[in-house]
Structures are given as C-alpha cells and as structure tokens.
Design a protein. Structure first.
Length: 584
C-alpha cells in the first residue's frame, strides 16, 4: 500500500466523490457558510473565552476600536476628545456607525461587521483556492477556515483583524484572476492598498509581498514578450486600484484629520507598550517565535503541523494562490517580529495561509496519493527547509511562559535568545534531515496507491482537525458567561442620563448604554479629565493607566467618592478587579 516508486498519474476521469463535490459544490459551500455564520453569530452577548488571550484585549478593544462610530451616532461627529480611532480604522468605524444608526447602540451591533466579514472570508477563501486544488480539498479548506476556533472567536468580537483577513483574501482572489483578465487587477490593488489605508496600517506587509509576486511573474515570462506586456498592463491596473484606495483614504481621513492621523499613527501604531526589538538578534527571535505567546500551534495542532511544514513544497505546482499565501505568511511574519507586544489577535491574520497549505497537502493526497513529491534532494534544499522549519523548532523548545520571561538575565545561556535560536535550528535541521533522508531513499516520491486508503487518511486528518476546534467551541459554549453584557445593562439602569463615565474600561462597560463614556489611555484623555469632561463616575482597574487616571483626578476627590460596584474580569493568567466610583 505504501511504495517508494513514482506516484501514479492523475486518475483518468473523476471519482464518484469528486463528481459529487463538483456537482454540488455551491450547496456544500452554502452549508459551510451557514455553519460558519452559526458559530460566529450564536449568542453574541456572551463573553469571550477566558483563555483566548493572555491580555484583556478581547474584552476591551472592540469598544475602543469602534469608539469613533459610537461618537458619531451619539454626538454627530467622529471626534469628541483625544481618543480618535477613526483615523486608523476608518472602514470599520464607518460600517459600524451605519449598523448602529439602523439597529441602535449595543453589544451585538458592535460585533456585526466582524461577524459578516468572517463569513464573507469563507467565500473568499473558496474562490482563492478553487482554481488551484481540487473541489474536495477546496471545500475542506473552506470548512477549516469556517471552524477554526481562534478565527471563530475573534470573528465574534468587533475587532479589526477579521476585516483585515477578508481584504487580504479578496486581494488574493483578484490577483489570481487579474493575471488572466488584466482589468480585474484594479480590484486587487484596491483591496491590497485598502487593507492598509482603510482597515489597519499593519497590513503594510502586503506591498513587499505583491512586489515579489509581480517579479516572480515577470521573470517566469522572460521568453514571451507578449505575456510580459500583458503583465505590465496588469501592473498598471493594480496601481490604479492602489491609487483609488489611497485617494478615498486621503479624502476621508488624511485631508480633514491629518494632524490627528499622524499623532495617532506615531503613538498608537508605531509604538508598542513593551517596546520594539533593540537588536537584530531579538528581532529575529521575535519573528521566529510567532504564535508561541498566542498558543496558536496548540489550538490548531493538526492544521499548523501539516499546513506550515508543507506550504513551501507546493511552489513547484505553479499555483498562484499558493504563492500568494506563502508571500503573505513570510512578509506578515517579518512585520509582526518588530513588536515585543503581540496579542493573539495580531497573529490570527496568518492562519488563512496555514490553512491554504493544509488544503494543498490534502489535495495532493487525494488526487495522486502524494506524501512526498517527486523531487531531487540536495544539500541546498535541506538547508532551505531547515530554515523554514526553524520556527517549528523554536515552538518545540518554548512555552508561552518562557517566551514572556526569556529576556530575564538570570536565565542560563541556553534559555537566552541566542541559545534558544541555536537549539531551535538544531531541531529544525534534524527534522529537515529526516525528511531529506527519506526523500533520498525514495527519490521517486512516496505515494499511497489505494484510493480508499487516501480518502480514509484524509478523513482521519480532517476529523482530527475539526474535532479539536469543535471541542474548544463546545467547552466555551457550555461554560459561557454574560458578565460584560449584564454589567452594562445594570450600569445603564443605575446611572442618571447626565452621567459621564471615564476609564480604560468605560466604553466596554457602557456598551449597552447611550450615556457618555470617555475612553482613557496612557496618552489620550488622561490630562485634566475632571475639568475637560465633567466626569461623574470613574471605572478603575489595576493597570498603570488606571493609576495615572487616579493620580490626575486627585487623592482628595477619590477619598470623597462613593464605591458603587465591583467587577471581576478573568483571563487565563490573572483576574482584574474593576471598581465603579461615583465622584462627589
């Protein structure tokens, strides 16, 4: 059943399962989309899982990201104070404001844009992979994206990253089609540039990724001047799309709010609360440690293991979708390495790339039974694959707790960045060497000849992957709480209409209320809040921002205040107590 000989050619004609999947492809896709919608939309008032992140961002950031939308609906203007996320998240605030104007202010309304973007991302993933791999594997890839636990849970939050993923997937869809119909490249350019200008500036990595893709196409067409002229035309259409997105952003954001944009970009986007790597070594370590702190590999073990290890092996297939996902993964990882502060929501934008590799691997397994493709092994391939597996080696050495503390000077040499990198490379080289050895022994590839065994192996892999996601979702759903929603409703009933509540958690705990909530951060609305906003109530936690806010209010005022409520918010590491004070 396992043989070390040339894989059989593609089966003449389609199998019964392939015929069914092709004939009923849209029925299957609709079923997947409906399942994705249910996972993302059921009980949107529930709290996120306490183990979703090491930070409290899943609780606080959705209200902070759409703060400008709330201001527009309540006060008729995007900007009412120093905190102004519209200038860096304009599209999400624009869409959320539209939802709130129609459906009112509330927790569910805050999440709808992200929910819809998550569902549309399933369709975009299907369209991206449809022309590259078989129908069965494409549908498996869409199903995996639909059920991926981190993507599901972050789609349920009103954050920016789900919209960012949708735009990147759409850019890929029109990239693959625009190389055949040049005029479609204008949409590729619009979504690529729009991801940066209109969604989130951290998507800047898509520009070097697109440059590499264009250069790849250019050099692959060097023998055909006609195809090069067609590619040049596609490039012009792409640039037109980029200019359209930039012009829309310039008129909507930069022209009216250029000072606020530069201030917010410099303070909020380019500065990290924990700083940036100050040496090439720490940057390299941060880059290779992608996903460690978020625990993405543990949550998506089967998908990550198969997708990450096999993605570069499919470059020989000539699939433009795989090339796009590979460049997205490489440059996205390089971009994320520049931050020491990296919540899991920053890293989920890489998950679709891993899922694409996973789907491509299953496609090869199903269509030809390929486990290792036919290729001539070499020392150069072993070295390159060792470098590719380097992050995997680092994951095997690190735990999230060790990643948080690796800068401790008291650690022995091996547990410092240079020691960890050397150890991780040794593991990666050993893994790549094992693959290289098997490849050399079976230099005609390794394949499974029996069609039934192929399907059985693929079914087991898919079952393991989806079961892991399902178990995590069922566990959260059966233990879910509704604290934020109930606290917000309670606050709305307790507080007078004239109340002005300030604090880092104020927008979150006032999400069900139309009363004034002033967002306070370490740099926004922290100076003289009493005189500027007429604050009547404070929400204080244990962070440095809360301590700075308490200092700015003054000890005498706090001493005379009345403690109204206490709230306990838990995540996987700590419990934070929030207190509501009524100022007198």
């Amino acid at each position: 059943m396992l043989s070390a000989r040339r894989p059989p050619p593609p089966i003449a004609g389609e199998t019964r399962l392939e015929v069914i999947c092709r004939r009923y492809r849209w029925f299957v896709v609709v079923a997947i989309v409906l399942a994705a919608l249910w996972l993302r939309a059921c009980d949107l008032r529930a709290d996120p899982p306490p183990d979703l992140s090491w930070s409290f961002a899943p609780y606080t950031d959705e209200a902070l990201n759409s703060y400008s939308a709330r201001c527009l609906v309540l006060y008729g203007t995007w900007k009412v104070d120093d905190f102004f996320p519209f200038v860096v998240y304009p599209l999400t605030n624009l869409l959320t404001a539209g939802v709130m104007k129609v459906l009112g202010i509330g927790m569910v309304q805050l999440k709808l844009v992200s929910v819809i973007a998550g569902v549309l991302g399933i369709i975009a993933m299907y369209l991206l992979l449809r022309d590259s791999i078989g129908d069965i594997a494409t549908q498996i890839g869409s199903l995996t994206l639909a059920t991926s636990f981190p993507l599901v849970m972050y789609s349920r939050l009103g954050l920016i990253e789900t919209v960012q993923i949708l735009f990147l997937l759409l850019a890929g869809v029109f990239w693959t089609r625009g190389l055949r119909r040049s005029w479609l490249m204008i949409l590729c350019g619009f979504f690529a540039a729009g991801t940066i200008f209109l969604v989130k500036v951290s998507a800047i990595f898509i520009f070097p990724a697109m440059l590499v893709l264009f250069l790849w196409e250019w050099f692959s067409r060097q023998a055909d001047p006609t195809q090069r002229r067609q590619l040049f035309g596609a490039l012009l259409w792409f640039l037109c799309g980029c200019l359209a997105a930039a012009a829309f952003w310039f008129a909507l954001v930069f022209l009216p709010y250029q000072n606020e944009y530069m201030r917010y970009l410099l303070r909020h986007s380019l500065e990290s609360p924990q700083g940036h790597p100050n040496t090439p070594l720490t940057y390299f370590f941060n880059t290779l440690a992608i996903g460690v702190q978020a625990g993405l590999w543990q949550r998506l073990l089967v998908v990550c293991l198969i997708g990450f290890t096999t993605l570069p092996l499919f470059l020989h297939s000539g699939s433009r979708a795989i090339r796009y996902l590979l460049c997205w993964l490489i440059f996205g990882t390089l971009m994320l390495g520049y931050m020491n502060y990296r919540p899991p929501r920053y890293e989920i934008v890489l998950i679709p790339c891993i899922i694409g590799g996973y789907a491509a691997a299953l496609s090869a397994l199903l269509s030809t039974g390929t486990i290792l493709p036919v290729s001539k092994p070499s020392a150069l391939k072993w070295a390159l694959y060792s470098v590719w597996l380097w992050p995997l080696g680092l994951h095997l050495l690190l735990k999230p707790s060790l990643f948080l503390a690796y800068r401790n000077p008291e650690h022995p040499p091996f547990f410092k960045p240079d020691g960890l990198l050397v150890g991780a490379l040794a593991i990666a080289a050993a893994l790549a060497g094992a693959v290289h050895l098997v490849w050399r022994i079976a230099n005609r590839g390794i394949s499974i000849n029996s069609l039934r065994i192929r399907y059985a192996v693929a079914a087991i892999i898919v079952l393991l992957a989806t079961t892991g996601d399902t178990k995590q979702f069922v566990k959260w759903f059966s233990e879910r709480t509704h604290n934020i929603f109930s606290w917000s409703r309670e606050l709305d009933r307790q507080l007078p209409d004239s109340a002005v509540v300030a604090g880092a958690w104020a927008p979150t705990l006032m999400v069900e209320s139309r009363k004034r909530a002033v967002a306070v951060t370490d740099w926004a609305n922290i100076a003289n809040p009493m005189s500027r906003f007429g604050i009547t109530h404070l929400i204080l936690g244990q962070n440095q921002t809360d301590r700075d806010l308490a200092d700015s209010v003054g000890e005498q005022v706090l001493a005379n205040s009345l403690l109204r409520n206490r709230y306990l918010v838990r995540n996987r590491l700590v419990t934070q107590e929030l207190i509501l004070l009524e100022l007198r």
